[in-house]
Design a protein. Structure first.
Length: 610
């Protein structure tokens, strides 16, 4: 199944004014509207926003110590759930600190009409117990119709002030529409994929569910370790500062941190994490802002083709060096991008000191702010572990063969190294589904402005972008020669799962050329660059220097603030001005432009939207 309404439910759910009374009177001074527009109206985001936090299954429990549930003043967070007419649901919302926040929770009905307007059905304010009487309870509410409901977590007067916990229960076992996917159904067996029981579309749908799903403790969220690589709190033992490679966990869903500009977008500053830290102090970690995760299949395949070019040049030099008995110096380039040079000696050894922007293995790695993973499969596998504390079977197999307690935990059972009582938290089939979902998501294809005056300014900005040298790193486009992908399983030995980016990817898609290649306009060179001491991390990331970062693609950049690896730039202008190191001369050329010319470049970048 696909969450089509969730797709429409983008970051800036706009407010539409309507005279529809809720089933229960709102709290005094409650500023929340009686109707919500699912993001398709013209008043997008004007009167308030509801951030997209994914979907909830019945029985779901979001812990109140989850760092990503912080509510600041003015904020509201939305979760969708599937409902059946006559189902009785109970919702509990608790403040992480009830002295600091008075919670308010709403249920809105399924979207209606062409604008997808949702009517508020019930609001709960004070329903807690004892000192936390300001917590909220919707008790045995009867759903009036079938469809997708919206649960909104808010606070009194939208004052914010704390994290929150959330529980959704079905009280009469009659809430879930037939055929609705749930987590057990998403636990795909890789062998069924190997047998050809899934199409790219059907496997995408499983990954779609998992990307939006809020994982629960019963499913393996978090850990039950105490001390060592983990924290010292009860299960799920969450924290915002990661401990080394073990990670947090700090989140409950993918979409909760990738929602700026819509699902699969970037993250706000509250979604920042601190990688490779000491588990406690933010200053010990590397701050990271979640990037947008669209068009990943095109990025991966371009990286694979560039890797083949670089390694072919190296291998040819090895052959020549061995035949001639003389060292061979070869300038490396892929798709027109220079990656420095190497010296290959007759004995096969290689001097890599003059390489630029790539590791000595010559594998182009498009994923991560540092460019540290070549395959989305591996990036997702690591993300599940560090962000949710959920290990895939692929990692468990490695751990049982050769223990890696600093990565997965030191529990006595190698199949449950985080000691939370849940083995096989993520099946290999689920990992393949999530990889397929990411690889087949649409690309941010820009649409020229309709207004001819605005279009002229955007064209002028693009020309200036080229003129000052921004395109030397943010290369506009590449040709993808073979737009197909083969996803190999890790454990089963089965065949690759093949998908065609020309036909299986979601729309919009990049241009398909007459020879069946594709032109991918993404504005990156896939290289790491030294960005100077001001932007440098406090320490290296493995063998990657502290000041080195991969050139991020700019497609979609107009809808994914904040900017840079740690989100320190709140605007595109500020992001440009903070460039340094290898980009210093280009930054200075930008600063030498008139204010009007600078604005044209920013307007061009702002036009690179989804």
């Amino acid at each position: 199944m696909t969450f089509t309404t969730l797709r429409r439910f983008a970051l800036g759910i706009s407010i539409a004014v309507a005279a529809c009374g809720p089933a229960q009177a709102p709290a005094a001074g409650d500023p929340d509207p009686d109707t919500l527009d699912d993001g398709k109206g013209d008043s997008f985001g004007i009167a308030g926003t509801v951030s997209q936090e994914g979907s909830l299954d019945y029985g779901a429990f979001i812990p109140s110590d989850a760092p990503n549930t912080i509510l600041h003043a003015g904020q509201r967070r939305g979760y969708v759930f599937q409902g059946l007419a006559g189902g009785e649901v109970t919702v509990e919302m608790t403040a992480g600190d009830c002295a600091a926040m008075n919670t308010v929770v709403h249920i809105y009905g399924p979207p209606q009409g062409s604008l997808g307007k949702r009517k508020r059905l019930i609001t709960a304010d004070d329903g807690g117990q004892g000192p936390c009487a300001t917590d909220s309870l919707i008790d045995h509410f009867t759903l009036p119709q079938d469809g997708e409901y919206l649960l909104v977590a808010s606070s009194f007067h939208r004052n914010g002030g704390s994290t929150y916990g959330l529980t959704l229960r079905c009280e009469n076992d009659a809430c879930l529409p037939p055929g609705t996917m749930d987590f057990p159904q998403s636990r795909v067996d890789q062998r069924d994929i190997d047998r050809g029981n899934f199409t790219p579309s059907s496997l995408f749908d499983v990954g779609d569910f998992l990307f939006s799903h809020n994982f629960s403790v019963d499913e393996g969220l978090g850990n039950a370790l105490m001390g060592g690589v983990a924290g010292n709190k009860p299960r799920p033992n969450m924290r915002k500062v990661h401990f080394g490679a073990f990670g947090g966990p700090e989140a409950t869903s993918c979409v909760g941190c990738h929602n700026v500009g819509g699902e699969d977008g970037g993250g706000d500053l509250d979604s920042n994490i601190f990688q490779l830290g000491d588990g406690v102090n933010p200053a010990s970690g590397l701050p990271r802002n979640p990037p947008a995760v669209l068009g990943l299949g095109y990025r991966q395949q371009l990286g694979i083709e560039m890797t083949r070019e670089l390694q072919a040049e190296r291998d040819q030099a090895k052959t020549l060096a061995a035949q001639s008995g003389q060292p061979q110096t070869v300038a490396l380039s892929a798709k027109g991008v220079s990656f420095g040079s190497i010296i290959v000696r007759p004995d096969g050894s290689i001097d890599t000191t003059q390489l630029a922007g790539v590791d000595p293995d010559l594998v182009v790695k498009p994923f991560g702010w540092k460019g540290r993973e070549a395959l989305l499969r591996r990036f997702i596998e690591g993300g599940l572990r560090v962000h949710f504390g959920m290990a895939a079977d692929t990692q468990i197999a490695k751990h049982c063969a050769n223990p890696i307690p600093l990565v997965l935990g030191n529990g006595p059972d190698c199949h449950d190294p985080d000691a939370d009582g849940v083995a096989s938290e993520i099946t290999e089939g689920q990992l393949t589904a999530l990889a397929t979902y990411g690889l087949l998501r649409e690309a941010p294809v820009r649409t020229p402005p309709v207004d001819p005056i605005v279009a002229g300014r955007v064209r002028e900005g693009e020309a200036l972008f080229m003129q000052v040298g921004c395109a030397s790193c943010h290369v506009p486009s590449f040709v993808l020669n073979t737009p197909t992908h083969s996803e190999l399983p890790d454990l089963t030995g089965g065949p690759a799962f093949v998908s065609d980016l020309r036909t299986d990817s979601k729309t919009p898609r990049p241009q398909i050329n007459g020879d069946r290649t594709m032109t991918i306009e993404l504005w990156s060179d896939f290289k790491r660059h030294d960005m100077g001491p001001a932007l440098a991390d406090i320490k290296p990331f493995g063998i990657i220097a502290a000041a080195q970062f991969i050139t991020p693609p700019l497609w979609g950049v107009g809808t994914t603030p904040p900017y840079l690896h740690d989100g320190r730039a709140s605007s595109l202008l500020q992001a440009i001005q903070l460039h340094d190191g290898e980009a210093a001369s280009v930054r200075d050329a930008f600063k030498a432009l008139t204010v009007t010319q600078q604005r044209r470049i920013v307007e061009f970048l702002a036009n690179l939207k989804r």
